[in-house]
Design a protein around this ligand. Sequence first.
Ligand SMILES: Nc1ncnc2c1ncn2[C@@H]1O[C@H](COP(=O)(O)OP(=O)(O)O)[C@@H](O)[C@H]1O
Ligand SMILES: [Mg+2]
Length: 246
Amino acid sequence: MRTIAFYSMKGGVGKTAAAVNIAYLASQAGYSTLLWDLDPQGASSWYLAGANRVKGHKLSDLLKGKTPIAEFIHESGYPNLDFIPSHTSFRNLDLKLDQDDSTNLIKEWLAPLSEETSLVVLDCPPSLSRLSEQVLKAADAVFVPVIPTWLSLNSWEQLQAFAKEKKLKPSRLHPFYSMADRRKNLHRDLIDGQDEYLPKGLKTIIPNASVVEKMGENGTPVELIAPASVAADAYRRLWREIQHLL
Ligand SMILES: Nc1ncnc2c1ncn2[C@@H]1O[C@H](COP(=O)(O)OP(=O)(O)O)[C@@H](O)[C@H]1O
Ligand SMILES: [Mg+2]
């Protein structure tokens, strides 16, 4: 079982869009995939639940060990793709994790799933917190969407500094340009200067595309809405890059 995370301390950068599309492509490639929506806002659960609105379990059930993690898992309606929906109580996850410094709870919770799951995709909330720290430690690779703007690049710098401070392996972090709009001068400059501005970045650039926004209408991955679109192609290339790193 491999675990990957989509993480950034900035919101609205394309974490959830990437998590859902990559989880779908992984499941199509034959990986038995589990997407865990760690964001109390519940966007990826909302995408995957489709017409069947699901009610997540309370965090306390998991913490107390009362309910095994397997009971938190829902089917997505796509073969090979299950998910753990978010719950508003997940907003307290940081608090709970703070109280227990010694263990990586995320890792512990996932361990019993290792036989039937080949890939776990963590969709993270935008915060630089104890939860982020545990996610960064639990994941084999962390993918960080960066909008080609100075602010987004700055937050990537901050994340690297945070990782260094927490003695996390920097090689585990993989930024990639997200929501890129070549019509904007700044985006174009920062993309063309990727070697300088985002030297460790993945090659794939996720474009700003209305088809990604359309996912909101019926929760469908871009691959199913418009397989021939530039965005669908970009997510396929992103998946191939990720697959090589697993
Ligand atoms: N590549 C993209 N092009 C256009 N809109 C996007 C793209 N990626 C995400 N969005 C839209 O931007 C908003 C935030 O995206 P989301 O993936 O939820 O970000 P995050 O999880 O980082 O907060 C959503 O409304 C989503 O539909
Ligand atoms: Mg999100």
